[in-house]
Design a protein around this ligand. Structure first.
Ligand SMILES: [Zn+2]
Length: 98
């Protein structure tokens, strides 16, 4: 699955492949591993459920659980965007044939 993500070294959005292992940038740069701390509001019972998953050893920390969820969200959303782009391209090509 491919998408465009921001490369700080290039200073622009570049093609990238999103895999379970992580992100591979087509420009050859490695995505930065720098972590950013930010605040999120969520229902308390979600957090308690995450704490349970940490307690039973499914994840090593709240952060790891949330990163896992966000990575899956990004893959799903960007896959959807790529599919939509393909559909649009298909219809534009068809329209061009008339
Ligand atoms: Zn780059």
């Amino acid at each position: 699955m491919s998408m465009r993500i921001y490369c700080p070294q290039c200073g622009k959005y570049v093609r990238a492949v999103f895999t379970q292992k992580g992100v591979e940038l087509k420009c050859g740069h490695r995505p930065t591993k720098r972590m950013i701390l930010f605040t999120v509001h969520m229902p308390e019972y979600w957090l308690r459920q995450i704490d349970f998953l940490v307690k039973i050893g499914r994840f090593s920390s709240r952060s790891e659980a949330i990163r896992y969820a966000v990575r899956n969200l990004l893959m799903e959303e960007f896959e959807g965007i790529e599919r939509e782009k393909e559909v649009i391209k298909y219809f534009l090509r068809r329209r061009g044939r008339k």
